[in-house]
Design a protein around this ligand. Structure first.
Ligand code: ADP
Ligand code: MG
Length: 569
């Protein structure tokens, strides 16, 4: 038996670990299961290159609770450790065996999916346990080892009689952390962090019906058998190639990710890149609705199939945080602060890659099936309009596929609409005037009046549209938006001025005067139209710029993009 001191430069690292290393106690289980997974993946790799002479088989990781002994046990059938290796990998805090392994097997193991790399994960066990034991046997021909530590820098290390290769980590759970001896709590953690990890994880057993034979009588009852309860899906959709997957597989995976979400996604984007950084994932465009649960059903970030967070701020551009799905990258630094993350070069590249992929996908949908794209427009426009406002690169691409519906449900791109109206809707200064309504009912008579003159009227009713119009106007020479009730309408060069009003000039002047008495002149303009149809003979208009100023004050400036005060949809 050996006793000794754990090799650290800091005198006592334990208080530090307990307090500062991880703010969240619950992640200890994720760390220990990650280590068990690494140990198994390492064995898989070593057997595949013929360096380990043992059978790989079908290893599982098992999590067990022993309530009486107040123990939580995590067992694996991986490479295990010799006594010397325990000295090296466990006693040297902040020395990562995972990093060393990847360094040693550089080329062959680069896609092995090994998770660890800080050499601190193991010690997170002491956040919830006052005593930790390791019983481990290496796949090499060496005796098993038993390490015990009671939360100080002292440890004991002796031989043990474990026969099979692999490792048991035994946590003696603190009185304060009793929750981690509850089945429900552990199941919750396993579902949150380990649902898609690559090695099967067993947590207890469950009953399963044995399918009846074909010729069984109708009233036969199926028998049940007890099987391991495997809590994870080791091969989630995003780890596969897009060519292996059908539309149905993507929908099934969506359901797996968000079991409480009954609405089908509109479409998906499969992310898959390995240079200059590694990233896989699937993003879904959900149907945007007033009652959608933006707070709960969020994009999830994984590292090598281990759940990290569903706060993807800084990694995914803000306008895309309304999407759903999964992003998995070994290149995203995990346990570091958000401000560091935002400054990180790799993270920036990831963000612009995602933006580009989303824009390309939308463009392809638009090109391949415009009719379908038009049908989806109302459900996706909020994301696209936000994106156009907040990311210039996205704006440049989206200009080609962003749609502008008319009050008669025709859809135009910006360029198409300009082309359409340039003949008939140009004012005296040569500006093409893009007329729009923001509310079909309120502005009904203005819309009718404009249509009467042969003008096309857009229906732009989303909450951020006045900001977007400003940006579009700046992107194009001599183009200006004007709401149908703006005074611009009267300044358009009319092709047909022949229509004669039923009123005489005198009557008109009098009517105009009467209205101007009750309407503030500095805010509105009263016009009398020379029309004899069902459209309004009299229009009261407001200068476009005044109304827009007011609107923009209401929706606010830059702060509007914060999800907290997103305008209602
Ligand atoms: P990291 O995983 O970042 O390398 P950890 O502190 O989590 O750091 O673990 C330190 C080292 O201890 C691992 O790299 C590995 O060599 C060894 N180790 C931990 N758990 C196991 C296990 N279940 N089986 C085999 N080796 C393990
Ligand atoms: Mg680890």
């Amino acid at each position: 038996m050996a006793t000794g001191n754990i090799n650290v430069s800091v005198e006592n690292i334990f208080p530090l670990i307990k307090k500062f290393l991880y703010s969240d106690h619950e992640i200890f289980l994720r760390e220990l299961i990650s280590n068990a997974t690494d140990a198994t993946l390492k064995l898989k790799h070593l057997t595949s290159i013929g360096e380990a002479k043992v059978e790989y088989g079908n290893p599982v990781i098992e999590v067990k609770i022993d309530k009486e002994k107040k123990q939580l046990i995590i067992s694996d059938q991986g490479i295990g450790m010799t006594k010397e290796e325990v000295e090296k990998y466990i006693n040297q805090v902040a020395f990562s065996g995972a990093e060393e392994f990847l360094e040693k097997y550089k080329d062959s193991a680069k896609d092995s999916g090994i998770i660890g790399h800080f050499g601190l994960g193991f010690y997170s066990a002491f956040m919830v346990a006052n005593k930790v034991e390791i019983i481990t046997k290496s796949y090499k021909d060496a005796p098993a080892a038993h390490w015990i530590n009671e939360g100080t820098t002292e440890f004991t290390l002796e031989e043990a009689d474990k026969k099979e290769h692999g490792t048991d980590i035994i946590l003696h759970i603190n009185e304060d952390d009793k929750e981690f001896l509850e089945e429900g709590r552990i199941r919750e953690l396993l579902t949150k962090y380990n649902k898609f990890m690559p090695i099967p994880i067993k947590f207890g057993t469950r009953e399963e019906e044995i399918p009846l034979p074909e010729d069984a009588p109708e009233d036969a009852k199926p028998e049940t058998k007890v099987v391991d309860d495997i809590i994870n899906n080791p091969n989630p959709a995003w780890t596969k190639q897009p060519t292996e997957l059908e539309d149905k597989d993507y929908k099934d995976f969506y359901r797996e990710l968000y079991p409480m979400q009954f609405e089908e996604p509109l479409f998906h984007i499969h992310l898959n890149v390995d240079y200059p950084f590694n990233l896989t994932g699937i993003l879904y465009f959900p149907k945007m609705s007033r009652d959608m649960n933006i707070q709960k059903d969020k994009i999830q970030l994984y590292q090598n199939q281990v759940f990290v967070t569903d706060n993807v701020e800084g990694i995914v551009p803000e306008f895309l945080t309304m999407l759903r799905g999964v992003i998995d990258s070994p290149d995203i630094p995990l346990n570091v602060s958000r401000s560091y993350l935002q400054a990180d070069g790799a993270v920036k590249k990831i963000s612009s890659y995602i933006t580009r992929k989303v824009a390309d996908k939308l463009k392809a949908l638009f090109n391949n099936n415009r009719e379908d794209f038009e049908k989806k427009w109302n459900d996706i426009k909020i994301v696209i309009e936000y994106g156009m406002l907040s990311e210039d690169k996205f704006f440049d691409k989206a200009k080609d596929f962003a749609l502008y519906p008319t009050v008669d449900d025709k859809y135009f791109t910006f360029a198409e609409f300009i082309e359409k109206v340039k003949e008939n809707q140009t004012d005296k200064d040569g500006n093409k005037v893009l007329l729009y309504a923001s509310n079909k009912d309120d502005q009904h008579s203005y819309i009718e009046a404009a249509k009467e003159k042969g003008y096309e009227v857009l229906l732009l009713d989303s909450p951020i549209v006045s900001h977007l119009m400003q940006k579009l106007e700046m992107s194009e020479e001599k183009v200006t938006f004007a709401r149908v009730d703006a005074d611009h309408v009267d300044n358009l060069i009319k092709k047909d001025d022949e229509k004669i009003s039923k009123l005489s000039d005198e009557e008109k002047e009098k009517l105009k005067g009467d209205f101007e008495k009750v309407i503030p002149k500095e805010k509105y303009t009263v016009q009398l139209e020379a029309m004899d149809s069902n459209a309004a003979p009299l229009l009261i208009t407001q200068p476009e710029f005044m109304r827009r100023m007011k609107e923009m004050q209401q929706t606010g400036g830059g702060g509007m993009f914060g999800m907290g005060n997103m305008p209602e949809m």
